[in-house]
Design a protein around this ligand. Structure first.
Ligand code: FES
Length: 87
């Protein structure tokens, strides 16, 4: 599990190993934008303000993965214990 700090909403949530960030954010009452839920459409792309994402999507280039300032929250997770996202 890891923590996601939704900076714009002022909400901090815990993302369990059996759920996605989209699931956890939605369960917290926020309205994340998403479509495919499979890391291929780009609808759920979210800016990463702090922390290190673990990319599992099929969209970002290697440079974008390495930069780590954006992520697809339907499939990607976190390498750090905490991510701060622009949500
Ligand atoms: Fe399509 Fe996340 S919802 S990439």
């Amino acid at each position: 599990a890891f923590q996601v700090d939704c900076r714009r909403s002022g909400v901090t949530i815990e993302v369990g190993s059996d759920q996605s960030i989209v699931d956890a954010v939605e369960a917290a009452g926020l309205g994340p934008r998403y479509s495919c839920l499979d890391g291929v459409c780009g609808t759920c792309e979210t800016a990463v303000l702090e922390g290190e994402p673990e990319h599992r999507d099929s969209i970002l280039s290697q440079d974008e993965r390495d930069a780590g300032d954006t992520m697809m929250i339907c499939v990607s997770r976190s390498r750090s214990g905490r991510l701060v996202l622009d949500l």
